[in-house]
Every structure is written in structure tokens, then in C-alpha cells.
Design a protein around this ligand. Structure first.
Ligand code: ADE
Length: 224
């Protein structure tokens, strides 16, 4: 898979891909992540990417021209399955969206800033609009990092058996059950007996029950 990210703040997106699982996935060649600085696509002398909005009002708007140049250049090199715009008014990211995006070959992610992008960018280029939650970030970069993390960890070969995504919360529509490690007793608080029993049938049944109980208690909306 190849992910191209268009941003005015590439430095904000370096560290998420430079550690742990995402770095390993890139090093293993399972995903390519390319950062594109939008300012490299401006024509004007000030490397300006935003301007005042027509009709007046507070806040700058990202201009269409540099975005068009960047997207068009990328599209001339390969075809893209989705061109995603990170925005608080997009569809809220969930596991189902991450699962379906992880099956794609090439995607572009455009990070918004200021008051957002000129509407014509959304109308002419964008195929999907994604929000990471009902709150406003200073820009789309942190959202893009979250989105990439959810996608990349699902790519075949990225996680091993121990970290398999199949047992994650949300993969079966439920929250994950509680987990424990050594010591079996800490300051008088014991690990549930069943987990030490060696009876894998019983352990599996207990995990299922706990997943249901936890989901019912913390996220009943998932069971509806
Ligand atoms: N940009 C600003 N706020 C955002 C959000 N909640 N999700 C994605 N991109 C954003």
C-alpha cells in the first residue's frame, strides 16, 4: 500500500512514522508513506497557501491552486483509490472504515488547516471526508496520523500473532476483554482464577462473557 499525505506541516507527521509498529511496517516495505509539503506547490513568492475568504469573515481558507498542482502531479504518476480530506465535518472514523481502507492500493490524505479548504477542492478532487471525532483540531495532521495508524496495523504482515488485530476491540463489534500479566497477585489483588486454570475452553468462554459485559456497561450503543 502507498499513502501520500499532503500537508503544510510535514514536520508534525514525521515522528508518528518513525517509531514502533508504523516504522517497522515501512522498513519491511509493507507500506510506503510519502509526505508532500503543500508550500512546494505554490507559485507566489511568499509560498502562500491560504487567503482571506470571499464574503468576509474570520479565518483563512486554503487555496485550490497548490492543492490541485500537488494532487494532479500525484495522479499523473499512478491511480488512486481514494482522495481523503481530514475535516471535523467528515464521517467519523471507526473500525469498519479503517478495515475497508486497509484493502486499498494507493490513497492520498489531504490535511486541512485554518478554516479549511476552498469548497471547490472538496467538490473536484475529494472522494472521502473523514473526521477522527467531534472536536476541532488545529489541523488535519494529527487526524491523518491516527487514520494511518488504524490502517497500517491491519496490513498483512505488520502485526505478528501476539499483537494480532483480530482480537482488538471493535473487530467483532465488541470491546476487548480485560487482560492481565505477572504477577498473579499484586498488593492482594488477584488475577481471575480462570486465566490460571489452563482450561482454554473455559478461558475463551470467560473472555467472551467479559467482552459482552464490558460492552454492555461502557458502550451499550455498540450492541444496538
Ligand atoms: N481537522 C480538524 N479537526 C479534525 C477532526 N476532528 N478530524 C479530522 N480532521 C480534523
Amino acid at each position: 500500500m502507498r499513502i501520500d499525505i499532503i500537508t503544510v506541516l510535514p514536520e508534525l507527521l514525521k515522528s508518528p512514522f518513525d517509531a514502533s509498529i508504523l516504522k517497522r511496517a515501512i522498513d519491511k516495505g509493507l507500506v510506503e508513506v510519502h509526505l508532500h509539503n503543500l508550500r512546494d506547490y505554490t507559485e507566489n513568492n511568499y509560498n502562500q497557501v491560504d487567503d482571506y475568504q470571499f464574503g468576509g469573515g474570520a479565518g483563512m481558507v486554503m487555496m485550490i491552486e497548490p492543492i490541485d498542482k500537488c494532487i494532479s502531479q500525484l495522479k499523473s504518476q499512478r491511480s488512486y483509490d481514494e482522495i481523503i480530506y481530514m475535516t471535523p465535518d467528515g464521517k467519523t472514523l471507526n473500525q469498519k472504515i479503517a478495515n475497508s481502507l486497509s484493502l486499498l492500493e494507493n490513497i492520498i490524505i489531504l490535511c486541512g488547516h485554518y478554516k479549511g479548504v476552498d469548497q471547490r477542492v472538496r467538490d473536484m478532487f475529494i472522494t472521502k471526508e473523514i473526521s477522527i471525532g467531534d472536536y476541532v483540531l488545529s489541523g488535519g495532521e494529527l487526524g491523518a496520523a491516527v487514520l494511518c495508524d488504524t490502517i497500517i496495523r491491519l496490513l498483512p504482515g505488520v502485526l505478528n500473532d501476539e499483537t494480532s488485530a483480530l482480537t482488538d476491540s471493535f473487530q467483532d463489534g465488541l470491546l476487548a476483554p480485560p487482560v492481565y500479566t505477572r504477577p498473579a497477585e499484586y498488593k492482594g489483588v488477584k488475577v481471575p482464577e480462570v486465566l490460571l486454570s489452563g482450561n482454554f475452553g473455559k478461558i475463551e468462554q470467560w473472555r467472551e462473557e467479559m467482552a459482552h459485559e464490558r460492552t454492555q456497561r461502557l458502550r451499550p450503543d455498540l450492541l444496538e
